[in-house]
Design a protein around this ligand. Structure first.
Ligand SMILES: Cc1cc2nc3c(=O)[nH]c(=O)nc-3n(C[C@H](O)[C@H](O)[C@H](O)COP(=O)(O)O)c2cc1C
Length: 325
C-alpha cells in the first residue's frame, strides 16, 4: 500500500491531511475521531488576542467600585484564559498521538511571545501563527504593515524551540516575496490561506449580516494557483493548503501543485471524520493507479517549475478564453 507519511515543518505526519483550527479541534472526542480516521496532525482552535482582552475589559467594567483591582484583574483573567488554553493543549496531547499544533491569532507585537513560550511548555509540537488585522490606514504603506507582521514572526521564532507556521491571507501585493520574508524570519511553513469572517447584506431588512462561515469547493482554486507558483519560487519552506478542500480530489490537486499538507475545516463540520477517511482512501487509490509510492513522489509535480507552460499559472485575465464571447 502507498505510503502517505509526510514531513511537515519538521514534524512527521502519518498523512498529509490536517484538521484545521476551529471549534472542532477544541473538543477531545472530535480530535480522537479525526485521529482514528487518519488525520496527520491537529491544529488546535486559536487563542485570540481579542478574546483575552475583551474578557478582561468586561470584568473590569463590573468592578468600577474597586478601580485599584482593575489592573490585577486584567492580568488575572489574561492568565486564566491562557491557562484554559494550556490545559486544552495538555488534554489534546493526552488524547491523540499525532502532532498537535497550537494556534495563536494576534495582530500586534506585545505579549504574544511569552504566551507562545507557555504553549511550547504545555507540550505543543508546533505553533501556527495567524497574524492579521484588517488595515484601514489611508496613509500607511503596505510595506510597513508587512514588516510589522514579519517582526512578530521573527520574535516568536527566536524564542521557541518548536517549529512555527504562519497562516496568511491571500491578498498580498507580491505573495511570493512575502512568503520569502516569512522563510527568512525562520517560519518553517506557510498556510495558504486563512478564510475570514465576511459581512453580507440583508436587502429586505437593510442590515449587515454574517455571510456563510463555511467555504465552497470552488474556493480551493484560489490557492491552487498560488500553491503552484510559491512552491516553485520559494524553496525550503513547507506549504499547507487551506480553504475549500472538501474531498480527496481537492487534496490530490493541492499536493500536485506543491502543498505538503492540506487542511480541512468545512468538510469536517459537514461530513465529520468520514471526510478524512474518504480522502485517504482516494489518495491511496490515486497513488496506486498512478504508480506513486510516496506523497513526495508527486508533491509539486504540476507546479510552476514542472509544467511545459508555466503561463497557465500566470494567466490572470480572461482575454484568450472569453475574448470572442
Ligand atoms: C467555525 C469556524 C471556526 C474557525 N476557527 C478558527 C480559528 O480559531 N483559528 C484559525 O486560524 N482559523 C479558524 N477557522 C478557519 C479555518 O481553520 C479554515 O482556515 C477556513 O475555514 C478555511 O478552510 P475550509 O474551507 O476547509 O473551511 C475557523 C473556521 C470556521 C468555519
Amino acid at each position: 500500500m502507498s505510503n502517505l507519511s509526510v514531513n511537515y515543518m519538521g514534524l512527521t505526519l502519518k498523512s498529509p491531511i490536517i484538521a484545521a483550527s476551529s471549534g472542532l479541534t477544541s473538543q477531545l472526542d472530535k480530535v480522537a475521531a479525526f485521529e482514528k480516521a487518519g488525520v496527520g496532525a491537529i491544529v488546535v482552535k486559536s487563542l485570540f488576542e481579542e478574546q483575552i482582552v475583551s474578557e478582561a475589559e468586561f470584568l473590569n467594567s463590573q468592578s468600577q467600585a474597586y478601580p485599584e483591582s482593575a489592573d490585577y484583574l486584567h492580568h488575572y483573567l489574561r492568565d486564566n484564559s491562557l491557562e484554559k488554553y494550556l490545559q486544552l493543549i495538555r488534554d489534546i496531547k493526552g488524547t491523540v498521538s499525532v502532532p498537535v499544533i497550537a494556534s495563536i491569532n494576534c495582530y500586534s507585537m506585545g505579549e504574544w511571545v511569552s504566551f507562545a513560550k507557555k504553549i511550547q511548555e504545555a507540550g505543543a509540537d508546533g505553533l501556527e501563527l495567524n497574524i492579521f488585522s484588517l488595515p484601514l490606514y489611508v496613509f500607511k504603506k503596505s510595506d510597513d504593515i508587512e514588516k510589522e507582521y514579519l517582526g512578530v514572526v521573527e520574535n516568536v521564532v527566536k524564542s521557541l524551540r518548536i517549529p512555527v507556521a504562519v497562516k496568511i491571507a491571500n491578498n498580498y501585493t507580491n505573495l511570493p516575496g512575502f512568503v520569502e520574508g516569512l522563510k527568512s524570519r525562520g517560519a518553517k511553513a506557510v498556510v495558504m490561506f486563512n478564510r475570514f469572517f465576511m459581512p453580507d447584506i440583508d436587502i429586505k431588512k437593510l442590515r449587515i449580516i454574517a455571510a456563510d462561515a463555511f467555504s465552497s469547493e470552488a474556493e480551493s482554486l484560489k490557492e491552487l494557483r498560488w500553491m503552484g507558483i510559491v512552491s516553485a519560487l520559494v524553496k525550503g519552506i513547507d506549504l499547507s493548503a487551506s480553504t475549500g478542500n472538501h474531498n480527496g480530489t481537492a487534496v490530490i490537486k493541492q499536493i500536485l501543485a506543491g502543498a505538503t499538507t492540506v487542511q480541512m475545516c468545512t468538510a469536517l463540520y459537514k461530513k465529520g471524520p468520514d471526510a478524512i477517511s474518504n480522502a485517504i482512501e482516494d489518495l491511496h487509490l490515486f497513488m496506486d493507479t498512478q504508480g506513486f509510492n510516496s506523497v513526495a513522489d508527486f508533491c509539486g509535480k504540476l507546479n510552476y517549475d514542472n509544467i511545459d507552460h508555466p503561463d497557465k499559472f500566470e494567466r490572470v485575465q480572461f482575454m484568450k478564453t472569453f475574448g470572442g464571447k
